[in-house]
Write a new protein. Sequence first.
Length: 157
Amino acid sequence: MWNIWRGIRLVALSLVLIISIGLLTVWPTSEAQAEYGDVVINNYSSEADMRPPVFPHWFHRIRFRCKVCHADLGFEFKAGGNDISMVKIFEGEYCGACHNGEIAWSVENCSLCHSGNVDAKTDVHNSTLDMLVAPPQSVKKKDAPPQPDKNKKAGKP
Ligand code: HEC
Ligand code: HEC
Ligand code: HEC
């Protein structure tokens, strides 16, 4: 008798576990994952039916000098300002300079990079530039450069 109950409890526990893991993977979690400075890069991903990659900038900044990426690897200082493709990454350019199984885990871990919400636009989550650039209303309309619509930001509450 005791063994049967133990068995049932085990099955019930496993079910709960499986369901929670299922929910975690199915539910969109982009807000929970979006951190200060994260960059969503989406020049091509949505067109290719792929979730856009999220680049955790601070995670990388802590580990490498700016120069490594912005001088040596040629990343422009602009969200979406680089023409990155998977072919280039496979050939060791851009993210592929490190995500090659040596410096960091390799490219077959698609979903670790392609984790943005479906159709999330290229954007920086609360970027430093956003805070340094004068808000649109303090600039004369006709002189103002085109401003992104702050309210439409992906990943913003
Ligand atoms: C591991 C590589 C890497 C390192 C290190 C790095 N960056 Fe970046 N940075 C990127 C990438 C990738 C982007 C996004 C480019 C894109 O969207 O095409 C970016 C974007 C930016 C942007 C524009 C987006 C924004 O947040 O406004 C700025 C400014 C920037 N980086 C500054 C820095 C500074 C300053 C440092 C050093 C403290 C640094 N980066 C270190 C890779 C890096
Ligand atoms: C200069 C080297 C370098 C470049 C360039 C680089 N990464 Fe990374 N990345 C790393 C390292 C190192 C880690 C940590 C790996 C580990 O924990 O095993 C990492 C981890 C990550 C993580 C996981 C962060 C976490 O919270 O665990 C993501 C996502 C990621 N990189 C995306 C990208 C994307 C997208 C690009 C290109 C736009 C890129 N990386 C370019 C070195 C780099
Ligand atoms: C290290 C991060 C990283 C990993 C891992 C990664 N990608 Fe990408 N991928 C990117 C970046 C950055 C772009 C450029 C995104 C954009 O501009 O839309 C991109 C673009 C793409 C695109 C659209 C452009 C193109 O080149 O066709 C597809 C499709 C794609 N990736 C599929 C994959 C698949 C499939 C995998 C796993 C085998 C994968 N990616 C793994 C970072 C990554």
